[in-house]
Design a protein around this ligand. Sequence first.
Ligand code: CP
Length: 306
Amino acid sequence: MPLLNRHLLGLQGVPREDIQLIIDTAVTFREVLERPIKRVPTLQGKTIVNLFYENSTRTRISFELAEKRLSADSINFSTSQSSVAKGESFKDTIRNIEAMKVDMVVVRHSAAGTPLYLTKICDANIINAGDGIHEHPTQALLDMYSIREKLGRIAGLKICIVGDIAHSRVAFSNIYGLKSMGAEVSVCGPSTMIPKSIQDLGVKVIYNIDEAIQENDVLNILRIQLERKAREYFPSIREYAKYFGITSERLNKNGKDILLLHPGPINRGVEISSEVADGKHQIILNQVTNGVAIRMAVLYLLGTLN
Ligand code: CP
């Protein structure tokens, strides 16, 4: 069954069947990643541009790897090595790239709405790899895949997203995706980092991290985004770590067998202690591995629609 839309701009409004299809397809590609020769001919002849206007390690490398595993031709674009550095506009840059006959564009940009704008000026399939504080759909898809792989389901689970919800594209994509899949979603963090209207999305708000640990099956722990002026929303990093940091003491005190996710990169000793980041509850590196399979699934499903 094909996806409803020829682009992946976000998970808001994406039906459960589409999310299920992407995750089920990723399971089959996950098996390819275990083979001695990790390559299938599925997207042979397709050209994909990775347009990263913002830094990335996991998303950029996993899209590149996914494209290679599917035998697509991939081109990597970074602003510092392009004519953007000479002042070429975004629109002219895209028009020139499109003139080279590309089929798909993976885009990360600090401005929310950039992937949507690309759909208006370019014929290629557009995949959002993170746009400002709007959405990061493939991160939420790989998070859901990793939860389902570990716990066998998503529907009915109690899942709490912890941290700077207001400035997190990962949080919003997770909320839309998890709600669509039937999870009970809550958020936890300082009140300054929780949007006033979050309850309109059907999400519970918890201000105490111990309560969040007690009540939930899964915590998705967000990075405190120091580069996005997160410090202005709480008195000090030490105070954030004291009241919201996930530590072994906190997990032991609450005596819970809880599953912990983190999208990375990690601030060890801030939102998560080093011991917990490497400990038995977390599946952080499984998320990264599953990220390649999820991106293969999205590229395959969109790339074979045309
Ligand atoms: N999780 C995530 O988006 O990481 P990168 O910024 O390294 O891509």
